[in-house]
Design a protein around this ligand. Structure first.
Ligand code: ATP
Ligand code: MG
Ligand code: ZN
Length: 509
């Protein structure tokens, strides 16, 4: 007999419906699964057999054929197990499927339903496609609770599903969770700007970056506190909106990096790939075209400490996502686009010995050595970094100063205020910051007075800036004005924004 059930597969961070057909016919006992499945799917045979038997149900001793449709689309993972089991049980008359359910879950040999990756993106896609009822593993219930508009049932065992479908067991739909609740039980940050003495200009630049979502390069001698400053950065990032949190959660969910007890990401990611990390792990790709570090950093921070240590090739691949906020990865016959709208925070020494231009140490490098070191970072990459900050060694009097430094909480308040202005300005479900403005929006929201124009023209000619740098100055000036609650960009905002481009000239000419 033939029976059909419905499941959902993942393609990148989107779900697609998969029809599972099971046919049980006379013949020697065998089980074949067709429909472009990967190894995990081929291995489901064993899980199906043991899982069904150990649930006290009957596993057919005839010829079984299972087809996953559409048959021309690659399918991965263990999440189709439950739908395959239900199709088999329906084909053998052990369950009566009267309504349409989507079945998702991995089956254990003992008949338990195990958690799977990617529940959130699957449910969002299924809901948008108009499906109403879903059965998922209980361990994924927290994550599923953030989706409204569907009846979602969470189960522990295959037997429960069978009893529920046959009407012998009543299950409640899962209770929804709210984002505010999830935010509440969030722990505090370890690194606080209150512990960083002095370094006022670096702190100011990081505050602007956090407020407007801008990229920062910190350049300075060893021990000046660049790494320390970057580690404090997460503590002043603006609160996540629910839409941003969903975007991040989708990506973390498909790679299994989501805390399933929490169910949603409540903090902006802060990713710190090592300079020896492969290019694929940073940009994404590999056999399964999985998202890389830059996508896991979406709506958060990618921190590249000692930037010139990364391979030039890796750094160059950051150019496209830094511009577009997304990345397309291709592998064999799969091409997937992932969001990658991250803030780049980078640090570096100005030369191999680290002391070039510093007030405290003497540089022993030759001009050729310095040039070779800096040439790892191309002009186009530097263009995409909005704020360049020189961090010099902290002085003894700064370190010894008994006065209290401003806490991260107090800086974050200003950042949140400025971010709120931006959210109201763009009023769109996927535009959150000034850094995300395209050229037309930059023109619209960064109108300049004559004074500002003159100032910018002078800087443009003197500093030999590129067209890209021009737009970036405008966006940074917009953020500085937002931090001050000013509707119009004033000359002092432009002047400060220009100052953050000074490295263009100092090091890269
Ligand atoms: N402004 C500061 N206030 C308090 N402590 C500081 C400050 N700057 C540096 N330190 C101390 O010096 C240590 C070294 O700083 P950090 O590792 O951040 O320097 P760095 O600029 O990243 O150096 P490198 O270029 O060698 O990586 C810090 O862990 C901290 O203890
Ligand atoms: Mg460091
Ligand atoms: Zn040097």
């Amino acid at each position: 007999m033939l029976a059909k059930t419905l499941s959902y597969g993942l393609y990148g961070i989107d779900g697609f419906p998969v029809l599972v057909e099971a046919d049980v016919s006379n013949g020697l006992p065998s089980c074949e699964i067709v429909g472009l499945g990967d190894t995990a799917i081929k291995e489901s045979k064993e899980r199906l057999k043991a899982g069904i038997k150990n649930s006290g149900l009957e596993y057919p001793t005839n010829k079984i054929t299972i087809n996953l449709a559409p048959a021309d689309r690659k399918k991965e993972g263990t999440l189709f197990d439950l739908a395959m089991a239900m199709a088999l049980l329906s084909a053998t008359g052990q369950v009566k499927l009267n309504e349409q359910y989507i079945f998702i879950g991995e089956l254990s040999l003992g008949g338990q339903i195990r958690a799977v990756n990617g529940i959130l993106p699957i449910l969002i896609s299924a809901r948008n496609a108009g499906y109403k009822k879903v059965i998922i593993p209980e361990k994924n219930a927290k994550e599923a609770g953030f989706i409204s508009g569907m009846d979602i049932y969470a189960v522990k065992t295959l037997k429960q599903v069978v009893d529920f479908i046959n009407g012998y067991l009543v299950l409640q739909t899962i209770k929804g969770s709210t984002f505010d609740e999830a935010l509440k039980d969030d722990e505090n940050y370890q690194n606080d700007f209150a512990n960083v003495k002095g370094q006022a200009s670096a702190k100011r630049a990081l505050e602007i970056a956090a407020a407007g979502g801008h990229n920062v390069l910190m350049i300075g001698p060893p021990g000046s506190g660049k790494t320390m400053l970057a580690k404090c950065f997460p503590s002043i990032l603006p609160d996540l909106t629910f839409e941003e949190a969903l975007e991040i959660t989708k990506i973390h969910s498909v790679v299994g990096q989501l805390d399933i007890n929490k169910g949603i990401v409540t903090k902006r990611p802060f990713r710190t790939p090592h300079h020896t990390a492969s290019q694929i792990s940073i940009t994404g790709g590999g056999n399964h075209a999985k998202p890389g570090e830059i996508s896991l950093a979406h709506n958060g921070v990618l921190f590249l400490d000692e930037m010139p240590e990364y391979s030039r090739q890796t750094l160059e691949t950051l150019r496209q996502p830094l511009e577009d906020g997304k990345i397309t990865v291709s592998r064999a016959n799969i091409t997937v686009t992932y969001p990658a709208n991250f803030m780049l925070i980078a640090s570096m020494n100005p030369c191999p010995c680290g002391h070039y231009g510093s007030k405290t140490g003497e540089c022993r490098c030759t001009p050729a050595q310095i040039h070779r070191y800096l040439s790892k970072l191309s002009g186009p990459l530097m263009d995409r970094i909005d704020l360049h900050v020189e961090v010099d060694s902290v002085t003894f009097s700064d370190l010894n100063d008994k006065a209290n430094e401003e806490s991260s909480a107090s800086i974050k308040e200003r950042v949140n205020k400025a971010r709120k202005i931006q959210l109201e300005r763009f009023n769109s479900p996927n535009h959150f910051s000034n850094a995300q403005m395209n050229h037309a929006q930059t023109k619209k929201y960064c109108t300049l007075s004559k004074d500002c124009e003159d100032l910018l023209e002078m800087a443009f000619n003197n500093l030999n800036l590129s067209a890209r740098a021009y737009d970036r100055i405008l966006k940074v000036a917009r953020t500085i004005a937002d931090l001050e609650g000013e509707l119009c960009i004033l000359p002092q905002h432009i002047a400060e924004a220009i100052q953050y481009r000074s490295l263009d000239r100092k090091y890269w000419v």
